[in-house]
Design a protein around this ligand. Structure first.
Ligand code: ZN
Length: 495
């Protein structure tokens, strides 16, 4: 065996421990009775401790060094070893005591945040949030950074991306986005009442599953189940799971939610088979991952072409929609509305919600904003970006789970995913101009094959920036996204 093969064999145990933990988490969200909670927390802690010990062991360090010394610097092997070295460096940066304290703090925070949100009272959450912020400041120091402490947090989720990059990208499209949302919100109200009526759950599931399988979600290597918060998880290239949340009287969450999660899942299923069982399989960054989910959910799933093919089938499944025209349907599913909750935001307003969180996280990390001033700062920016003011903390600063989970530096990846989705789709279109016609005939393999070859098969081999450079010849850029949004919504709204 070569040193590289020995290294991968060593990692197999690590990958298996991670997969076992993922199975336990999947079960926790989809099947586990409430009584299982304490036992499950212990089992997950055990697996995570074993994984961490193995990952940060002397053996890993020695095998990494041997593989690095043996690899031709220009080879794929050297690139893979560098990715694993980066993982290793990251895992060894945090002292065990810090990890334990943070884990405990997060476990305690979740309940406090949930109660504060339920009672819409930020003051209950503020003291523990202040402790979490202190931990995040420490985490940034452990991770290390050149310019801004936020860099230290950001790179945990988006390799190779800096705070300055995100600032430049967000500044580059904020004004145009605010102006677009302003124009659209002055148009006559869109009627989407037909989406809010009783829809049988089994039929919702059957229809959405049929669509995502036609997209290319492979159910011989995948499963769909129900959970409160939809997610995608992977136990390997050949076993990728998605979940869905159903409403009895609203069609969108299950239908578009399933397209979204299937977009993530097809990325996971698309890693080259030789990467299976190695830490090099799967998505290269959260931003690129989100580009895949957004591409299928929005660019394909909310397009007029797609529904020219799919609407007759949906109407057959739900005869109550028989009298809704294609034009009215497409307008309804693309309704732009200024609203308070990020997860319910439409394509046009979404990135503004993210910019607000990015601004606040940056300033809270440096101490420029104090924790107790967050509601005021939140509401002020909300008014500035979205033109409305949250009526209470539950619909404002308390809405997201991320901070209570110790996740700071994560939000920008959602917005980057939106931008990348259009850049990648445009590249696919340039290579295969027939894609829109194919989609309008229910044919998705031209698009999926392009994504497989250019993105999926590489797994974690390239960073988001490298991948984008290879595909577009340039950097992550907001202009294609803004062009897409303006073209799409001006057409839908007849402007
Ligand atoms: Zn997603």
């Amino acid at each position: 065996m070569t040193p590289y093969q020995t290294l991968l064999q060593h990692y197999r145990t690590l990958v298996d421990l991670r997969a076992a933990a993922s199975v336990l988490r999947w079960d926790q969200q989809t099947q586990m009775p409430p009584g299982g909670a304490a036992g499950r927390a212990r089992q997950l802690a055990t697996l995570s401790r074993m994984e961490h010990e193995l990952h940060t062991s002397e053996t890993t360090a020695r095998l990494l060094e041997a593989a690095r010394d043996a690899a031709d610097p220009a080879s794929d092997e050297a690139r893979a070893v560098a990715v694993l070295q980066e993982d290793y460096d990251r895992a060894t940066r945090f002292p065990a005591a810090f990890v334990a304290e943070l884990t405990q703090l997060v476990a305690m925070s979740h309940g406090i945040w949930a109660k504060a949100r339920a009672e819409s009272d930020f003051s209950q959450f503020a003291p523990v949030l202040a402790q979490l912020v202190a931990k995040m400041q420490q985490a940034a120091e452990y991770m290390g950074y050149d310019e801004h402490p936020y860099d230290g947090l950001l790179k945990r989720y988006e390799r190779g991306m800096t705070t300055a990059d995100v600032t430049r990208i967000f500044d580059g499209h904020r004004a145009r986005l605010v102006a677009l949302v302003d124009t659209l919100s002055r148009q006559p109200q869109v009627d989407d009442s037909f989406l809010h009526q009783p829809f049988d759950r089994d039929k919702q599931r059957a229809f959405a599953l049929d669509i995502v399988q036609k997209f290319g979600f492979d159910m011989s290597r995948g499963v769909q189940a129900v959970s409160v918060h939809p997610f995608c998880t992977s136990f390997g290239v050949n076993d990728v799971r998605i979940t869905t949340r159903f409403y009895d009287d609203f069609l969108n969450p299950a239908l578009f939610g399933m397209m979204h999660e299937a977009g993530h899942a097809m990325y996971e299923q698309g890693s080259a088979q030789e990467l299976d069982g190695t830490p090099l399989a799967g998505g290269t960054s959260l931003g690129v991952h989100e580009s895949q989910s957004r591409l299928w959910e929005n660019i394909v799933g909310r397009s007029a072409g797609f529904w020219s093919w799919a609407l007759p089938q949906l109407q057959q499944t739900f005869p109550q929609l028989a009298r809704v025209s294609l034009e009215a349907f497409v307008k309804g599913i693309n309704k732009v509305q200024r609203s308070f909750i990020r997860v319910e935001a439409d394509e046009a307003t979404y990135n503004l919600h993210i910019m607000l969180r990015f601004d606040l996280e940056k300033d809270i990390l440096t101490g420029k904003i104090r924790v107790q001033d967050l509601p005021k700062e939140w509401n002020g920016r909300f008014e500035e970006y979205l033109g409305i003011t949250p009526p209470d903390d539950a619909q404002g600063v308390l809405q997201d789970v991320h901070w209570s989970s110790g996740l700071m530096g994560y939000f920008p990846t959602y917005a980057l995913g939106n931008l990348l989705s259009v850049q990648y789709y445009n590249a696919a279109l340039a290579a295969h101009p027939s894609i829109p016609d194919d989609i309008a005939q229910g044919k998705f393999d031209t698009l999926l094959d392009w994504l497989r070859v250019n993105i999926h098969q590489h797994g974690r081999k390239y960073t988001a920036a490298e991948l984008t450079q290879r595909i577009t010849g340039g950097d992550i850029d907001s202009t294609p996204y803004m062009d897409y949004l303006e073209r799409k919504f001006k057409s839908i709204y007849g402007l």
